[in-house]
Design a protein around this ligand. Structure first.
Ligand SMILES: Cc1cc2nc3c(=O)[nH]c(=O)nc-3n(C[C@H](O)[C@H](O)[C@H](O)COP(=O)(O)OP(=O)(O)OC[C@H]3O[C@@H](n4cnc5c(N)ncnc54)[C@H](O)[C@@H]3O)c2cc1C
Length: 340
């Protein structure tokens, strides 16, 4: 087996969280990982650091401190204003070599995944992707990553005994966000950056913003599957009346009925709403992992044997095209829905 670039003897007992930012604020998943990282660090007596890249981003370091970071390693440069894999990989690699953290966590976002794979190869270490749980063994400092496999039939605990850093990606919504403490401050450690335009082979010609939907925070999720037959207007109306938002299964996204950022499940978003209403969805494991943290699940399906009913608190057997319009009609009579 090929040895990692730095070894267990050279590592520093610290957990690093990659701080991904967009439009002047940190991504929710970065804050969730800081919350989790703080718990892990406290348990084993290590420090927690954020790794922040960008242009004029020092204010984000303070956000990271509020969520538990002891230090923020910061690389600022005009060529880091937007994510390009060439520039970011180069700077992150340099930072890892200087900081030699034992653990390096990244969000399983498109950019986080891109960076994580490249860093794991460059550091000749392993990468546990899409972890659903993380622990550190206090005896030996080994990160124990919980990962589901074989369509959810197996829950594996993966350890990296000898390679460093111990890398893992975590999807948005998997860890609970803690309460910020804005009195918490830490050290900003500057990473000197040497970058030239020629170092970057990606040319950003246009930035097209998504709608900025954050389904991880919605109190009510109205999710539609193939059984809805693309009628997401109906679901949007229901979600609006309930003060919630609309999500979808992967086939509905693949068939082009709705934007990809609304996909729920293993390769989409993990939500933790108070109520999830699953409409015309069979209940495949890949979807269920995205709603299993909901306080209450209501399913509507024409097939009384549909697996979704096994995960639901309320099961409505029937045609979504008949039931949802009736629900909408009934809700219009209710003055306002308030969630405690
Ligand atoms: C590696 C991998 C990753 C995946 N990741 C994801 C993921 O992140 N998210 C995801 O969703 N899927 C994911 N999938 C796909 C997943 O396995 C299922 O195929 C998918 O979730 C099924 O979507 P569905 O429930 O919309 O469709 P179907 O399984 O076709 O179910 C449609 C349901 O609608 C019901 N129905 C039909 N007509 C009506 C009606 N008029 N009224 C009421 N009910 C009706 C049917 O009885 C049926 O139960 C992944 C698959 C793989 C292999």
């Amino acid at each position: 087996m090929v040895a990692s670039i730095y070894s267990i003897n050279e590592e520093k007992k610290t957990i690093w969280v990659y701080l991904e930012s967009d439009q002047g604020s940190l991504e929710g998943v970065s804050l969730e990982m800081l919350t989790k990282g703080r718990q892990l660090a406290n348990r084993v007596g290590w420090s927690l650091a954020g790794l922040l890249l960008g242009h004029q981003v020092v204010h984000l370091a303070h956000e990271a401190f509020a969520y538990g970071a002891d230090q923020v390693y910061m690389a600022e440069h005009p060529l880091l204003e937007y994510f390009t894999i060439d520039a970011y990989a180069r700077v992150v690699e340099q930072a890892l070599m200087e900081g030699v953290p034992s653990v390096f966590l990244l969000g399983a976002t498109p950019n986080g995944r891109d960076l994580a794979g490249r860093m794991a190869v460059r550091q000749r270490t392993g990468l546990n992707a899409d972890c659903t749980g993380l622990q550190i063994n206090p005896e030996n400092g080994v990160l124990v990553s919980e990962v589901s496999g074989f369509g959810g039939g197996v829950l594996a605990l993966i350890e990296m005994q000898t390679h460093r850093p111990q890398m893992a990606t975590v999807r948005p919504g998997v860890f609970t966000l803690g309460e910020p403490d804005h009195k918490n401050i830490g050290d900003v450690i500057i990473i000197p950056v040497e970058l030239a335009v020629d170092d970057i082979h990606t040319c950003v010609t246009e930035r097209v913003m998504g709608q900025g939907v954050d389904l991880t925070r919605t109190p009510v999720l109205v999710a539609g599957g193939r059984g809805v037959e693309g009628d997401f207007n109906m679901l949007t109306e229901l979600a609006d009346l309930l003060g919630g938002d609309v999500g979808a299964t992967r086939p509905s996204v693949d068939e082009g009925h709705i934007e990809r950022e609304r996909q729920i499940g293993q390769t989409g978003v993990v939500c933790s709403p108070k109520v999830a209403i699953c409409c015309g969805i069979s209940g495949a494991f890949h979807f269920i992992v995205g709603v299993e943290k909901a306080d209450l699940v209501i399913a509507i399906n024409s097939d009384s044997e549909a697996p979704i009913f096994e995960f639901s608190d309320y099961c409505i057997v029937g045609d979504v095209h008949q039931i949802i319009p009736k629900l909408i009609e009934a809700l219009r009579e209710v003055p306002e829905v308030v969630y405690a």
